[in-house]
Design a protein around this ligand. Structure first.
Ligand code: FAD
Ligand code: DHB
Length: 391
């Protein structure tokens, strides 16, 4: 099989890359180890920066996003039992939108399949096995097994969009890696219940952080700081609600509903600065991970893909490689700002075991400052809604 760009991974990165290339008349194939059903139901991120929504809108895959997404103009920071609103739109002129990652994935898969029906190969192959990349500094090839048959894709360029545990990053020698692992995780639930408030609540509490967000007007998404190796069997529903009530401090406003999904998300900051090796380009979680506080993960992935897609467009249209040559440099400027913001939000809002009373008071002073100074609020707000794109 021959294509122009071979893409590994059907998460937001790989699917958006394939779609943007299609719009530019560039052929690609996406290879994914999981089933379509699995990737369309995997619960992850839920908050889109304004620039991410604009990217999906310009790409023509945002009709449902505009119908079903919830547009937000502010967030609340809660500490010492009191809420403080950060008016995002008043401070920045921008909004954020709540729309589940799996919905973005469904919309992109539908668009790829609709467009791909005219090609001589399927746009996406699900349930592939034993994916490996070869000769990425020469004539790239991807080998894999599909429906019991060994197959090869020959291509000009490989998009390594296979997430943190994929095979593309390990295929690159001498990686430049920067990493921090946090001593806690998030226990996340989805519940059939009305959101506790119209806007998101980020709560700092002596017993640990809590976040109240949502997926719709009838589905709440709630998170609790927990141990990195937390045993979910020790968290029956009643304990989760009790802890959410205590940490959020919203009284009867927090409606308890049927919990239909539970999971633990570990927290790490990770950057692989080697985002390109020959004709292999890493994008999204394959190259970087942020702790979820502030919801930058999927948004950074979308920003990488904008640069990569534009670079490939120029390469195929005019033979120019200038943008591709600057791919890592351009992406890393945004990635490090996203890392800084996610690390800062995480540090400000979580309980760190072993913190002494001095550190505790500095943390509360920082929250107090961010909630009362217009300059400090603006710093939070402009990062939260998304910094401007370079490309
Ligand atoms: P992924 O979504 O990980 O997609 C990679 C794809 O590659 C997957 O479909 C995978 O199955 C596939 N793949 C892996 N290996 C191979 C292989 N060898 N061959 C072929 N395919 C392969 N971000 C937020 O902003 N807010 C959140 O609340 C949040 N919660 C999260 C919870 C969890 C449990 C996780 C893991 C992440 C969370 N994130 C969150 C981060 C966000 O979901 C990611 O940043 C986003 O998914 C990145 O998209 P991606 O396409 O780069 O990677
Ligand atoms: C969501 C997750 C986040 O980490 C965050 O900061 C905001 C929203 C969410 O899942 O909706």
């Amino acid at each position: 099989m021959r294509t122009q760009v071979g893409i590994i991974g059907a998460g937001p990165s790989g699917l958006l890359l394939s779609h943007l290339l299609h719009l530019a008349g560039i052929d690609s194939i996406v290879l994914e180890t999981r089933s379509r059903d699995y990737v369309e139901s995997r619960v992850r991120a839920g908050l889109l920066e304004q620039g991410s929504v604009e990217t999906l809108t310009e790409a023509g895959v945002a009709d449902r996003l505009h119908r079903e997404g919830l547009v937000h103009h502010g967030i609340e920071l809660r500490f010492d039992g009191v809420g403080h609103r950060i008016p995002l739109t008043d401070l920045t002129g921008k909004v954020v939108t709540i729309y589940g990652q799996q919905e973005v994935v469904k919309d992109l898969i539908a668009a790829r399949i609709a467009a791909g029906a005219r090609r001589d190969h399927a746009p996406i192959l699900f349930d592939v096995e034993d994916v490996a990349v070869h000769d990425v500094t020469g004539s790239p090839r991807i080998t894999f097994r599909h429906e019991g048959r060994e197959q090869v894709v020959e291509c000009d360029v490989i998009g390594g969009c296979d997430g943190f545990h994929g095979i593309c990053r390990p295929a690159i020698p001498d990686l430049a890696i920067y990493e921090r692992v946090y001593p806690f995780a998030w226990l996340g639930i989805l519940s059939h219940s009305r959101p506790v408030s119209e806007e998101l609540i980020y709560a700092r509490h002596a017993d640990g952080f809590a976040l109240a967000t949502m997926r719709s007007n009838t589905v709440s998404r709630l998170y609790l700081q927990c141990a990195p190796d937390e045993d979910l069997s020790l968290w029956p529903d009643a304990r989760i609600w009790e802890e959410l009530h205590r940490r959020l401090g919203c009284g009867d406003e927090l409606e308890e509903g049927k919990i239909f999904q539970k999971g633990v998300t570990p927290m790490r900051s990770f950057v692989c600065e080697t985002m390109r090796h020959g004709r292999l380009f890493l994008a999204g979680d394959a190259a970087h991970i942020v702790p979820p506080t502030g919801a930058k993960g999927m948004n950074l992935a979308i920003a990488d893909i904008r640069v990569l897609a534009r670079g490939l467009e120029r390469f195929y249209a005019r033979g120019e490689t200038d943008l591709l040559d600057r791919y890592a440099e351009i992406c890393l400027r945004r990635i490090w700002k996203g890392q800084r913001f996610s690390w800062w939000m995480t540090s400000m809002l979580h309980r760190f075991d072993g913190d002494d009373p001095f550190e505790h008071r500095v943390q509360v002073a920082e929250l107090d400052y961010v909630s009362t100074s217009r300059a400090a609020m603006t710093t939070l707000a402009e990062n939260y809604v998304g910094l401007p794109f370079e490309v």
